[in-house]
Design a protein around this ligand. Structure first.
Ligand SMILES: [Zn+2]
Length: 468
């Protein structure tokens, strides 16, 4: 692994370590979910979870990894000097100014910090801080402007500033490292202001060659967990991160990094990425619509998901000439059996119309979905069915859960993929080409794409050189 161009700032390293530790702990926890996402094959199991997992565990949302965890809580005194807002009741305007507003400059405030505990609510917090329910009511009745106060999380800190008469004059709540709510008492009552710090966006690059698994390679390349997930999601239609990743695979990305006062605080979007899987190179470039396209302008999203369930392992492969284990007779296995825990969600592989949702002795609970004239997908042995015959479904929509209904021995999803009425191997069937960008947008996209491709190529050369 090589991290190109940037030695990480110390703070980022600290964040990363925190993230690694927390991520590690999360995976060590004996959670049912973690088990469900594992695949046989030990070490690779973490990489596997990336297949359809768009969201990370709570702490890792939106790339705000670590930030919520160990960024120092700014004190009201120093945060207040950064920006000034013009106070208006609901809409709040942020302006750059180095002066803090102090509505009672003569009145020296006494500050106290109250840390949010688990199971806490505002009433408890206000009471601990020594303020009345009436004060709280006055603040919450400001409505929308103070709505963020209702989303307090354990570990966060609320600062209370009181005057000599122990009246609440000012409250500050740092929602995250960018957003801060301030409530100030004025002659006409409390007023809320929302402050948003301006982040500077810089572009960074990272590359890695996979030596153990995809997840570790990403961490070693110095990229955040959320970015690793995003990378897997971008290429998830082309590469099965559960089964296809091999030692020697490599990736190479250009991504945004957000800085606050020169300190790297969070990761932004992936702007361009290349993934080389088993010698085959895939590229994706982010367009202004927020979607990813290949270098030639085709959407990275395909009409079908390769696998409609997060499975543990394949218990039976597609085999049109499978011999029955007992009778020795040839009885085709027209689909793939994905072993998964009972209750694991089953998704529609593509958008379409449900043409059957029923029960039979052999199939158990089953759902068939028709995708246009040409394609049909079948999902068997479900515990629950979430869709009815005639319903329109979207790709990725939950249509049921894995079960063992019908003539089966263990919980699994039997999945079939038919093209023009004949069974094809769902693992290898050539899926229809994805949509291309509209002509109007294509020219603009292609010029961006060419630049990005050149950047990626440079990045790769540097990586190769540094590995020699
Ligand atoms: Zn089967």
């Amino acid at each position: 692994m090589t991290h190109i161009y940037h030695q990480l700032p110390r703070r980022h390293k600290q964040l990363l370590i925190t993230v690694c530790v927390i991520t590690g702990l999360l995976f060590l926890l004996p959670s049912e979910d973690a088990k469900a996402s594992k695949i046989s094959g030990g070490e690779d199991s973490l990489a596997i979870a990336t297949r359809y997992e768009v969201r990370m565990p709570q702490q890792m949302n939106d790339g705000e990894v670590g930030s919520a965890i160990n960024l120092a809580q700014p004190t009201p005194a120093n945060t207040a000097t950064k920006l000034r807002t013009t106070h208006s009741k609901d809409s709040l305007v942020t302006v750059n100014n180095d002066q803090a507003i102090d509505l009672e400059p003569a009145d020296k405030l006494t500050w106290q910090q109250v840390k949010v505990k688990s199971g806490d609510n505002l009433a408890l917090i206000f009471s601990r801080a020594g303020f009345s329910a009436t004060t709280l009511h006055r603040i919450t009745s400001l409505g929308k402007a103070t709505a963020s106060l209702k989303k307090i999380m354990p570990g966060q800190i609320i600062h209370f500033g009181a005057n000599a008469k122990k009246q609440l004059i000012k409250l500050t709540y740092q929602q995250d490292f960018i957003n801060r709510l301030e409530i100030v008492k004025t002659d006409t009552g409390y007023q809320a202001s929302q402050f948003t710090a301006q982040l500077e966006t810089r572009e960074k690059m990272a590359s890695a060659v996979i030596s153990s698994n995809f997840w570790n390679a990403g961490i070693e390349a110095g990229i955040e967990a959320s970015l690793i997930m995003n990378l897997a999601n971008i290429f998830g239609w082309d590469i099965d991160f559960a089964l296809d990743i091999r030692k020697g695979d490599q990736f190479n990305i250009i991504y945004e990094s957000k800085f606050l006062d020169g300190v790297e605080v969070k990761t932004g979007n992936i702007l361009a990425a290349e993934f080389i899987n088993q010698g085959q190179s895939y590229q994706a470039i982010r367009h202004t619509d927020g979607e990813y396209y290949s270098a030639t302008g085709r959407s990275m999203r395909k009409a079908f998901l390769r696998t409609p369930v997060k499975f543990n392992y394949i218990s039976s492969n597609f085999n049109p000439r499978r011999k029955h284990p007992v009778t020795g007779k040839i009885r085709a296995h027209n689909g793939i059996d994905y072993a998964a825990k009972r209750g694991t969600p089953v998704m529609a592989a593509g958008s379409g119309t449900v043409i059957a949702s029923a029960y039979s002795k052999y199939n158990g609970n089953y759902v068939f979905i028709k995708h246009g004239e040409k394609y049909l997908t079948k999902y068997l042995h479900l515990t629950k069915k979430y869709v009815k015959k005639g319903a329109k479904v979207k790709q990725g929509q939950r249509i049921g859960t894995v079960g063992s209904t019908g003539r089966v021995t263990g919980a699994h999803l039997h999945y079939e993929f038919l093209v023009n009425g004949s069974h094809r191997n769902p693992r290898t069937v050539k899926l229809p080409k994805s949509q291309s960008l509209a002509k109007k947008q294509k020219a603009a996209f292609l010029s961006i794409a060419n630049n990005r491709m050149a950047q990626l190529a440079t990045n790769k050369r540097i990586m190769l050189a540094s590995n020699e």
